[in-house]
Design a protein around this ligand. Structure first.
Ligand code: SF4
Length: 334
């Protein structure tokens, strides 16, 4: 069992609701989980499942208006919900940092990459110009940029997609965060570069003693790199557990559908992936029942009328939200 000092992140009953012209939009609802120091977890789900809003809410990165956040996010003992912008800014970089999806939009195209790293070192850590440049070159080396002193003066457009994502990671690591959030860090990169970036994150996590949250639609990304997985649908956690349990003993039909729609190394080439029928629900028009019901082949009347809450599975720390769970496969596989 973990004790309190081993917990880096405690999220409790978190909800993020946007005010829209169509009414309140509950992008995240009732989310609770904990994360240990030096742990890597995966948050997975289709686009619109709430995973990106959840990761931004944990960081305190919502817009200042038209959003209401309730619940609690305790990050290394610091409450993020309701904190002032100044307080959160003081934690960004040192306690938590984010690697965004698209390096081209998170890097300034008209600023040399070295300067973009220098900036956070000088502003946040108060380093001198000379020290910041030396540290920026070290960081470029740390993330595997060849000839880092030379590349320090390059513009983002002069680098490949994979190299740009390494620069984004270097910027995120500049102030040695305890928690690194990576939101679809490999989307748009080819498979070989994807593996390199994910291996780099693994390596850096060990070397820098960080915790990492991998946010992705692709279960293949989190299969071998996380200790636990959170599956989200329509803004809620629908299954959570150790990675092995979620992969091999999942009980929620949505988790199975996600797994079946993810590419696998064992698939023969040109294997057609299964798609999940239907579309994610309109969050402005959620029913009282299970949000997955219109797409679920196991749905019964109860599913359409009553929302299932998370309930414990057979394995410790494994829970799922479903009225008609898939039969347990425990004992069926070694
Ligand atoms: S509660 Fe019903 S609709 Fe929802 S996943 Fe389970 S079986 Fe399907």
């Amino acid at each position: 069992m973990s004790n309190e000092s081993e917990k880096l992140l405690i999220v409790n009953n978190l909800a993020t609701t946007f005010s829209t012209a169509g009414g309140p939009l509950p992008a995240v609802s009732g989310v609770s989980f904990e994360m240990l120091r030096n742990e890597t977890i995966g948050i997975v789900g289709e686009s619109g499942s709430g995973k990106t809003v959840l990761s931004r809410t944990i960081m305190g990165l919502q817009p200042r208006t038209n959003v209401v956040v309730t619940g609690s996010v305790l990050l290394n003992g610091n409450e993020m919900v309701g904190a002032s912008e100044d307080f959160k800014r003081g934690l960004w970089g040192t306690e938590v940092a984010m690697v965004f999806q698209d390096p081209m939009t998170s890097l300034n195209p008209v600023m040399r990459i070295g300067k973009q790293i220098d900036e956070s070192l000088r502003v946040r850590l108060g380093m001198s110009k000379v020290d910041a440049k030396a540290r920026a070159i070290e960081l470029l080396e740390l993330v595997g940029i060849p000839s880092p002193a030379h590349r320090y003066s390059a513009y983002p457009g002069q680098l490949s997609g994979g190299m740009r994502q390494r620069v984004v990671i270097a910027i995120a690591l500049a102030c040695s965060p305890k928690l690194l959030m990576a939101d679809e860090p490999t989307t748009g990169l080819d498979v070989t570069i994807q593996a390199q970036i994910l291996n780099l994150l693994d390596e850096l996590k060990e070397r820098l003693h960080m915790s990492v949250v991998l946010v992705t639609h692709d279960l293949g990304v989190v299969a071998t790199r996380t200790s636990r997985i959170i599956v989200m649908y329509a803004g809620r956690i629908v299954e959570i557990g150790d990675t092995r349990d979620v992969f091999h003993h999942h009980r929620m039909p949505y988790t199975r559908a996600l797994l079946e729609s993810s590419p696998k190394v064992s698939n023969a080439s040109h294997t057609r992936l299964t798609t999940i029928p239907g579309r994610p629900p309109n969050l402005l028009k959620l029913s009282d029942g299970c949000s997955f019901a219109p797409r679920c082949s196991y749905a019964t009347d109860r599913c359409h009328n009553e929302r299932p809450e998370l309930q414990p599975a057979d394995e410790p720390a494994h829970s799922f939200a479903c009225w008609n769970p898939l039969p347990t496969t425990r004992g069926a596989s070694a």
